[in-house]
Design a protein around this ligand. Sequence first.
Ligand code: PNS
Length: 159
Amino acid sequence: MARVLYPGSFDPLHNGHVEIIETAASLFDEVVVAAMVNPQKSASLFELEDRLAMIDESLAHLPNVSSASFGGLVVDLVRSIGADFIVKGLRAVSDFEGEMQMAQMNHAVSGFHTVFLPTASTHSFLASKFIRDIARGGRDVSSMVPPPVAQRLKVTFPR
Ligand code: PNS
């Protein structure tokens, strides 16, 4: 049985993330989606508990997917939940360099491997930071995020 960890900031979750999670859920027995505190990023738009609530509501259709939140290292969470490896999505070549370096660092300190899944080209332009900017500017992002996220963005940035 394979259990995998899909970590990210998910500030907020978008349809590119959902696609990777659906793919992982079809390939592996269990997927744990973890909303992480990213020490490289300054203040987040949504609190960790709100990000987790949006993940739970948006992924309710996937019975082998569960969620977690964590403020430490990804490699410590992989070990503590008994996952076999880490899953990350790749949108474009530009993602590759940073993700490869993280995967190599995580492997060097823990022995855990990262498996990369390619994002569909229809989702390759999606990024949480752009979703935040566009929603803050009053534009509609409801085709790019799951309904529970669209709902919260409407409340956060009324048009
Ligand atoms: O969605 P993001 O912001 O690209 O996700 C990045 C994330 C949260 C997966 C990464 O920053 C991370 O792993 N943070 C936890 C701290 C950690 O393990 N750092 C070591 C990375 S080699």
